[in-house]
Design a protein around this ligand. Structure first.
Ligand code: NAP
Length: 460
């Protein structure tokens, strides 16, 4: 796949980038490895200063960077600004808390004294997606640089300018050569790179196919991996939910990031007694969305990230219809230039429909009626994915009881989803393994070394 900036609002090619040669790639890996030998010796204060500087630069350049995101992958400009702000918060969070998270942990064993010391493990490879081009990289790079590891990032081929801009931020912040390097290479070359002896761990956020490819290589070469993959989050509406507010969140949960969030609400599961009223209001709100140029302030739904992504979701909708589902709203490409898809609601989706177990990565909601709370839980869990999910109810204790029975890595009560630096993020089942963000996120690529101290005694 070519490494290109293509504006999805118009589908015009803006710029094409040459892939790195083998020699350039070898040079990048060598520099990351030699940089590790120095970086691992630095103290937390110096690392924290660098991360705070990166955060400051993100804030100072917010307008320019947000425009770059919108240009390359079509996110609404205001949301792109929000992504830059959140990314800066993540860099600051690990700069401020990393030393505390990584401090020695004293153990209290039955015999002797012992502690756990946290040490970096080396060069890490991150493979990142286009849907949050700065936030996803921040989740991976900030904790691991604080730990003392060095970073190579293979970013998605449709956001090359964002990938290059992040490397430039590190350079401007004073990062040593080799600490953070952006790799302009293809997915298969990233997978092949996992075999390199100098690479000690790999983290991928993206599709199951890419995750499987990276994890196979990591398994083959016995390296630690973290996978953040797709989702098909349930949005459960119980009969005691505040319907107007719930519907507002249903719309946001589905169309945020133009429908392309791993933790978007994708399956709307509503108990029978409120199903009609929910569906009527949901349809009305979705049909009123202003679709258009993501740079315009009043646009509510922008383009998908690429023509290929728009074509794929339109194909999935057609496949669902061919499999017996019904289109209640939308269902087609928007009649204009660019990678646009209509806001869509699909009903009558049965388990034998070929799309039933697929992730719908765009502004397409599937709607299900269930008899009761138990039916909602069973349906929510009838998915190969286990990323997030939400429950809408006035009764918080009931919400917590339901949350306990949902097989996902994250459950949100009375909100479709949420992320911030101090909350862990990750999934179970086919949504991946490992966690990013919070204290858990700094723990993934660390050697937790046991040091035991004994009184010198006579040998047995
Ligand atoms: P993707 O096609 O898997 O791309 C993600 C990254 O993997 C890109 O950098 C891509 O490079 C690379 N890649 C592709 N094939 C590869 C291979 N064989 N080996 C190694 N790397 C490979 O996914 P996407 O379309 O960008 O993103 C959508 C998916 O990501 C959805 O399923 C979404 O739910 C998931 N996602 C999950 C999370 C989470 O935190 N759980 C967050 C965001 C997105 P190229 O661009 O060069 O192909």
């Amino acid at each position: 796949m070519p490494i290109q900036t293509i504006n999805p609002n118009t589908n015009t090619v803006i710029q094409t980038f040459a892939e790195m040669t083998d020699e350039q790639l070898e040079n990048a890996v060598a520099k990351a490895a030699s940089s590790f030998e120095d970086w691992r010796q630095t103290g937390y204060k110096l690392r924290a200063n660098l991360l705070h500087k990166v955060a400051g630069l993100l804030r100072a350049k917010k307008d320019m960077l947000a425009k770059m995101i919108t240009l390359e992958m079509g996110k609404l400009f205001a949301h792109a600004e929000g992504e830059i702000k959140l990314s800066a918060e993540i860099f600051d969070y690990y700069a401020s808390n990393g030393e505390n998270f990584l401090a020695d942990k004293t153990l209290h064993p039955v015999h002797g004294e012992a502690l756990i010391r946290h040490s970096p493990i080396g060069v890490l490879l991150g493979v990142e997606p286009w849907n949050f081009p700065f936030y996803q990289v921040a989740r991976f790079a900030a904790p691991n640089i604080m730990t003392g590891n060095t970073i190579l990032v293979k970013h998605a081929s449709i956001v090359p300018q964002c990938g290059i801009a992040i490397e430039e931020l590190f350079k401007e912040a004073g990062a040593p050569v080799g600490l953070y390097t952006n790799l302009l290479i293809s997915g298969p070359r990233a997978s092949a790179l996992v075999a390199d002896k100098r690479i000690k761990g790999v983290s991928l956020t993206g599709s199951e196919e890419a995750g499987s490819s990276i994890a196979s290589e990591a398994g083959k070469y016995l390296k630690k991996s973290v996978l953040e993959l797709g989702g098909s989050d349930a949005f459960i509406v119980l009969e005691d939910a505040d319907m107007d507010k719930t519907v507002e969140w249903a719309v946001t949960g589905r169309i945020n990031n133009n429908g392309q969030c791993c933790v978007a609400s994708k399956r709307f599961i509503v108990v029978e007694s409120v199903a009609d009223i929910f569906l009527e209001k949901f349809k009305t709100k979705l049909s009123q969305l202003i679709v258009g140029d993501p740079m315009e302030a009043d646009t509510q739904l922008g383009p998908m990230s690429s023509e290929a992504a728009a074509a794929q979701i339109a194909d999935q909708v057609q496949k669902a219809v061919d499999g017996g589902a019904t289109i209640l709203l939308g269902g087609k490409r928007v009649k204009r230039e660019g990678a646009f898809m209509e806001p869509t609601i699909i009903t009558n989706m049965q388990r034998d429909n070929p799309v039933y177990y697929e992730e719908l990565f765009g502004p397409v909601a599937t709607f299900f009626r269930v008899n009761d709370e138990k039916g909602a839980i069973d349906l929510a869990n009838d998915s190969p994915y286990g990323l997030g999910g939400s429950i809408f109810t006035e009764d918080i204790e009931r919400g917590k009881r339901v949350a306990d029975q949902i097989d996902t890595g994250m459950v949100f009560i009375n909100h479709p989803t949420w992320t911030q630096a101090d909350l862990p993020f990750g999934g179970t089942k086919r949504s991946g393994y490992g966690r990013e963000l919070s204290e858990l996120g700094i723990d993934e690529f660390v050697n937790k070394k046991l040091i035991r101290i004994s009184e010198l005694s006579d040998p047995f």
